[in-house]
Design a protein around this ligand. Structure first.
Ligand code: ADP
Ligand code: MG
Length: 368
């Protein structure tokens, strides 16, 4: 049975529809990342589940019970927002034991529970420190410990790693995940960071403009994006518009700018249809010679960007289209002279084909 079950949840702020008839079920002990650009409705969603905000329409069910009328403290869910608010005048121990103390647990039980949770977040030795004496990552762990000590079985985390520096974010991802697993918690973790979501989640729910655009395992979302938006937002790609001119058993042929043709393996489209071909940056090869069995286009390298373990090339093709290619340093195209003629190629099976978006390609792939 689902622990959280939302039916047709809608929330408007005046003219803005923050959540638009959203349906979502979260299983017991599942770790779900809700991923979406800024303004997609992520915070609104968490606050509605937590009971801090009322929906205009729709049902919120937690553990099989309709909770629309229940106050936050009776929902068994703890909402933790972006900048973790610790009580500044209380030390670590007092912050974490706050909830068990006000619940009037027996003194020994409070001690045992607080110590156990502090050990879990590896802060038992800092129990006397005040929040301002701790690093951002430590404060984040104290806040998490406090949330867990509250006894809630559902964690609602709103960009929990957002305020931390890059290295710490990555370290804490795995810890957060493990903590939730060890405690058997059901977690909804909201983020706008696709890498964070793919790495940490059992299931990713991508929302945009208050609607669910796609959900699935991280692998499904990355390998089977259902729209150009998803492909652009998760992983990124080159997008080329074209028309289907032939569909055969083994693939289709797409005509793009300059009457050039792209061969794709996809056969789900019909002749005459306007579509978008999308190719991941890592699927575009750069070389000096034509590669048989693939799509070959000549062009020039316009710019080269070094990004650590990989290199990104921007290539202007002779037909005027610009494409980007990303290669690991070890497979990098050796000559890096700009204005040198080169050939780019990609295999038909690496091409994704999407219906041409009604709102236009540029609007579709911009991250809002
Ligand atoms: P996210 O957390 O994904 O960035 P939010 O849930 O905060 O998105 O916001 C969704 C939309 O609702 C945005 O367009 C935002 O501007 C709007 N919004 C959020 N809170 C309010 C509010 N209190 N008053 C008016 N508009 C709001
Ligand atoms: Mg938000």
């Amino acid at each position: 049975m689902s622990v959280i079950h939302l039916v047709d949840v809608t929330k408007k702020y005046g003219e803005i529809t923050a959540l638009d008839h959203l349906n979502l079920s979260i299983e017991d002990k599942e770790y779900v990342c809700v991923l979406g650009p800024t303004g997609a409705g992520k915070t609104t969603l968490l606050r509605i589940i937590a009971g801090l905000l009322e929906p205009d329409e729709g049902e919120i069910n937690i553990a099989g019970r309709l909770v629309n009328e229940l106050p936050p403290e009776e929902r068994n869910a703890v909402y933790m927002f972006q900048q973790f608010a610790l009580f500044p005048h209380m030390n670590v121990w007092q912050n974490v034991s706050f909830s068990p103390v006000i619940k009037d647990y027996h003194e020994n039980r409070v001690k045992r529970l607080t110590l156990e949770i502090l050990e879990m977040v590896k802060l038992a030795d800092r129990r006397d420190a005040f929040p301002h004496e701790l690093s951002g990552g430590m404060q984040q762990r104290v806040a998490l410990a406090r949330g867990i000590a509250s006894g809630a079985r559902i964690l609602l985390l709103d960009e929990p790693l957002g305020a931390l520096d890059a290295r710490l974010r990555v370290d804490l991802r795995a810890q957060l995940r493990k903590l939730a697993e060890d405690q058997g918690l059901t977690t909804i973790h909201v983020t706008h960071d696709q890498e964070e979501a793919l790495m940490i989640a059992d299931r990713v729910v991508v929302i945009r403009k208050g609607r669910i655009e796609q959900m699935g395992t991280p692998h499904e979302i990355y390998t089977s994006p259902q729209s150009a938006f998803i492909m652009s937002f998760i992983g990124g790609a080159n997008f080329i518009e074209g028309n289907v001119i032939r569909v055969e058993d083994s693939g289709s042929i797409i005509e793009i700018r300059g009457s050039h043709k792209i061969h794709v393996s996809d056969i789900s489209r019909t002749v005459g249809e306007k579509i978008v071909v999308a190719i991941r940056l890592e699927d575009i090869s750069i070389g000096m010679v034509d590669v048989p069995e693939s799509n070959n286009f000549s062009g020039m390298i316009e710019s080269t960007m070094f990004i650590g373990s990989s290199i990104e090339y921007v290539i202007k093709l002779d037909n005027g289209i610009t494409v980007s290619s990303k290669k690991l340093i070890s497979d990098a195209y050796k000559s890096q002279k700009s204005n040198e003629p080169i050939v780019v190629s990609f295999l038909p099976e690496t091409c994704y084909v999407f219906e041409y978006p009604k709102i236009g390609l540029l609007k579709e792939i911009e991250a809002i």
